[in-house]
Design a protein around this ligand. Sequence first.
Ligand code: CTP
Length: 405
Amino acid sequence: MKELAGKKILLGITGGIAAYKSAVLCRELMRLGAEVRVIMTAAATQFITPLTLQALSGHPVHSDLFAAENEDAMGHIELARWADRILIAPASAQTISKLAHGEADNLLTTTGLASDASLMIAPAMNNVMWRDVATQENIKLLRARDVLILGPASGDQACGETGPGRMLEADEISEYVLQQFQAQSLKGKRVIVTAGPTWEAIDPVRGLTNHSSGKMGYALAGALHDAGANVTLISGPTALHPPRSVPCIHITSAQEMSDAVMENITGCDIFVAVAAVADYRPVSSTEQKIKKTAETLTLKLVRNPDILAMVAALEKPPFTVGFAAETENLIDHAKEKLAAKKIDLIAANPVSGDNSAFNSESNELSLIDSNGITHLGRCSKSILAHKLTKEIVRRYYETHPTKDT
Ligand code: CTP
């Protein structure tokens, strides 16, 4: 299916070794039906030839701000007006800095400044450069202006180091582009997402918790927001920033999460429980730090409320989606939870061994509902969140066939 048919994408390529991936990206966007025009900076042409991009896009590549022939064909103002979206991949630290400060000293930055089209950038650089305060400040400025920052990914780098700064792969970038053009299928719908771990206090300094990073829940809240939903995130303690424009209620314990959910559940259309909620809490938590006196210490625990089951048992429940975090018998245990909690859909993910979803950048999910199983293969949590959103939207409207968007 040509999901990008009729869409005009201006692909900007800057100087960096990741520029070789831009050729695949150009092809992928064209395969999806997009019309692609390419601007390369002078540095980019040191890494990949304009001829390659010309052959792939079917159009001359633009790189010189003052080229007379460019102004005859399609000058920078015309290119700026032509584009539905501007995608810069790879975006070097230097180009990011120029964009952040409104510098227009080459064809790409000039066109960016002259265009109303929304801008997406896929940074690619050495991890120390990415972490540098200057780069991070520039990224913050761009984010505040609604520039979509795609990645970067973490991992082995061409320079031999390891860390954040790798450009996302072409298929991941094109998934983001697709999602940018997707209809706002959840416009007007209220969605609550729980995320992260909970912390059950034993005393003022110790507690029971788990390895959940919150990344999957936060990514899903962002993807549901991208689909037009009015999302509220209810999160346990994590090191993450909530997605832009998504209000977040920060809680600590399972009981607090349960209270926050119940206070906000009225009028909610879709409830997604991604949180790794502690099933038990200490019967009581001491006011002062427990001192090391006895040889053994017994903690007495009491059951926490099952938030997801409570929501599903409401008189008029929202469409309910649960996650099953399992270390063994993934599918069987997930099916049992689907039935026991009487929910609409469950996403099963492994949380042990090499494929553990906890504290990982990537994940894979098996979706189970009354119609069977759908597998969503391993990919970044952000891409997976968009794929899962599509699956939730489809099933939601199958059971609530009053789609008014
Ligand atoms: N869940 C919840 N409240 C709880 C426990 C779990 O809302 N007190 C939700 C989770 O957010 C998840 C689903 O229920 O969506 C399944 O959670 P999981 O921890 O996998 O299963 P449990 O129901 O806790 O069962 P068990 O620990 O025995 O596997």
